[in-house]
Design a protein around this ligand. Structure first.
Ligand SMILES: Nc1ncnc2c1ncn2[C@@H]1O[C@H](COP(=O)(O)OP(=O)(O)O)[C@@H](O)[C@H]1O
Ligand SMILES: [Mg+2]
Length: 253
């Protein structure tokens, strides 16, 4: 829980200084709706890319946020899992489509993929195409169980995509009044150490209201605790990336 909300708002916050593309891989299309592209205005998107072999550059559209483009989920995306089953390169449809359009990809600093909840072919395509996985984790009782399952999945997908890393866990829907939130956060941190982001996303009503207005919470109410947390999260992600780039350089030298 919290995947789509994090995809939308992290993408929006990153877009203030970076060029960002958000891919909506969930047939529900909540990331598309939340960015102001309702179901009846979707047109061609992820399905056309994965199944229809349409080039990425044809399908991307600008969002109302400067610096943020969107590949929406088209209404046919729900059928993609079944239609891809018979294809030989079924796990690599997305990776292949991205590799074929390197010039378009080069226009972006960050590509964010919003995944569906299940580990089907759509999610697998995202994991095979991605460099890293960011897991939003709701601070509730079963959180640790869910996250160890995701960690195992990442390990398994490494056979198809050796580059894939579980880069971060973001605690979300944190409720300060609930002791359980605090306990779960402590557990997750002691297990996953610095892979857990310092920034915590609070449970905040403005966050849940924003999508029905077709807006990221950063535009809906920038002063809300939710919007401020996503701004901090983006800054922390950029800082971690810079540190990683420095470490990689030092490793080469
Ligand atoms: N920090 C938050 N505070 C309050 N509500 C939230 C928060 N994050 C997500 N929600 C709400 O919880 C529900 C599920 O979130 P969503 O991001 O769509 O999860 P997922 O994509 O993982 O299914 C949505 O209704 C969303 O508005
Ligand atoms: Mg979602």
């Amino acid at each position: 829980m919290g995947k789509t909300t994090t995809a939308i708002n992290l993408a929006t916050a990153l877009a203030t200084t970076k060029r960002v593309l958000l891919l909506d891989m969930d047939p529900q299309g909540n990331a598309s709706t939340g960015l102001g592209v309702p179901r009846n205005a979707r047109g061609a998107g992820t399905y056309a890319l994965l199944v229809g072999d349409r080039p990425l550059s044809d399908l991307i559209r600008p969002s109302k946020i400067p610096g943020l483009d969107l590949l929406p989920a088209d209404n046919d995306l729900a059928g993609a899992e079944i239609e891809m089953v018979g294809m030989e390169d079924r796990e690599r449809r997305l990776a292949g489509a991205l590799a074929r359009d390197g010039t378009t990809l080069a226009r972006y600093d960050y590509l964010l993929i919003d995944c569906p909840p299940s580990l089907g072919l759509l999610t697998l395509n995202a994991l095979v195409a991605a460099q890293s996985v960011l897991v939003p984790l709701q601070t509730e009782f079963f959180a640790l169980e869910g996250i160890s399952q995701i960690a195992r999945t990442v390990e398994r997908v490494k056979r198809l995509n050796p580059e894939l890393a579980l880069d971060g866990i973001v605690l979300t829907m944190f409720d300060r009044r609930n002791n359980l939130s605090e306990l779960v956060a402590r557990d997750v941190r002691s297990f996953f150490k610095d892979r857990v982001y310092d920034t915590v996303i609070p449970r905040n009503i403005r966050v849940s209201e924003a999508p029905s207005h077709g807006l990221p919470v950063l535009l809906y109410d920038v002063r809300s605790s939710g919007a401020q947390a996503y701004i901090k999260l983006a800054a922390e992600l950029l800082k971690r990336d810079r540190a990683r780039a420095r470490a990689a350089k030092a490793g080469v030298a």
